[in-house]
Write a protein that binds this ligand. Sequence first.
Ligand code: NAP
Length: 435
Amino acid sequence: MRHIAIIGSGPAGYYAAEAALKHWGDEVAVDIFDQLPVPYGLIRSGVAPDHQSIKAVSRRYEATAQSANVRFIGNVSVGSDVSIAEMQSLYDAVVLATGAPHDRPLALPGEHLGNVFGSAAFVGWYNGHPQFADLKPDLSGETAVVIGMGNVALDVARILAKTRTEFDGSDIVAHALDTLDCSRIHKVVILGRRGPHQIMMTPKELGELGHLARACPRVDPGDLPDLGDDALLEPGLRKSVTHLRGFAAIPESHRADMAIELEFDFFASPVALQGDKQVTGVTVERTRVEAGRAVPTGETYTIPASLVVSCIGYQTSPIPGVPFDERAGRFANDEGRILPGLYCVGWARRGPSGTIGTNRPDGFGVIDKIVEDIGAGGGKQGRAGFDRLAAERKLDVVTFADWKLIEEAETKAAREGAPREKFVDVASMIAARRG
Ligand code: NAP
């Protein structure tokens, strides 16, 4: 029997568990830990609430979770309730699937002004992550600036633009829905330090901006490269740029009917956030793109802004004693190997890139490494040892069966047409587990 601990119950963690089951069948016991009492990581608290079809992948993780050889151990924080060294002494392999839960800092003057948020916090707020449920963003001003031109920036801009009705069928949490319903924002500026050919937005997600009930995208045709140059792009990016060209061609008469404008501001690198206590503007420097890089031109201007959400990427949370690559913002590793018996997978291994599906080959890849390292071996205490430790420390472990009770309570509490109303604090989750 091999005993494997996976720290983190998001996509990378569950794909790794699935791979372990595929390889060893009944000769493996996998414990999946999460610091929250609820599983699925980014599927629950990162994927946009109006993208329910993406969230449906959790059914696949549930199938893995239901295996007798896999346990969910929620409400246990590895690093504080149990140390990594203790986990390594108990399990033949410990896999860090902890994702990248922290915002990369902007590192700009004014970053700590009021109503400036990183996307981890803002997305966590509208998705009901307990850490960010009390964020209370002020949406009473007119202009929001979203920094970055990736899919997270798109999520944030779209969520700020949607009407209450457009959230029908989503699992956006009530506190966010009510706050957004009272929003006075009528302009969202999406800021990119490079040009249309360098966006990180994927076509399906970008195309959604063209179909909103009260919001309309604006692209300055003068920012678009020559049409012929699009032929050099890889197909996905070419499709995205085609959407931008479509947005640039939207007639002003159509815009006039729209309450919210989503303005793409290309070649604009933020250099400072203005304001006294609360943010009032973002100063940006014009850039030009040379050999794919943003080159500052020295020309600056300030965009008035009452809300700023920085969507410039994420970094992994370091764990004491685990080698960390500060520059890359993830664990230092060689194809998933960190130290003997210690591995990482998903965003904790490669940084915050790719789709949910990208984590599947990653999960299978890390199990291949573990097979190479301990294929015939094993023999540590695993589950039994952890259960003894948890009892000694009186850890209030949440099992998968407990999660199903929490899920049932969330489903029962759902507003009409919504799949669930999430609990947004740990105490309520625990209480629901106890019925
Ligand atoms: P991302 O795709 O890496 O985009 C980050 C953006 O921030 C880029 O436009 C980048 O510009 C910009 N940026 C970085 N540092 C900056 C700085 N200091 N100042 C100004 N701009 C800066 O990251 P993400 O949007 O956080 O997404 C993370 C991953 O999750 C991606 O793989 C994404 O596709 C995925 N995701 C997918 C979905 C979906 O499929 N529906 C939804 C959300 C997220 P440069 O390119 O110039 O560096």
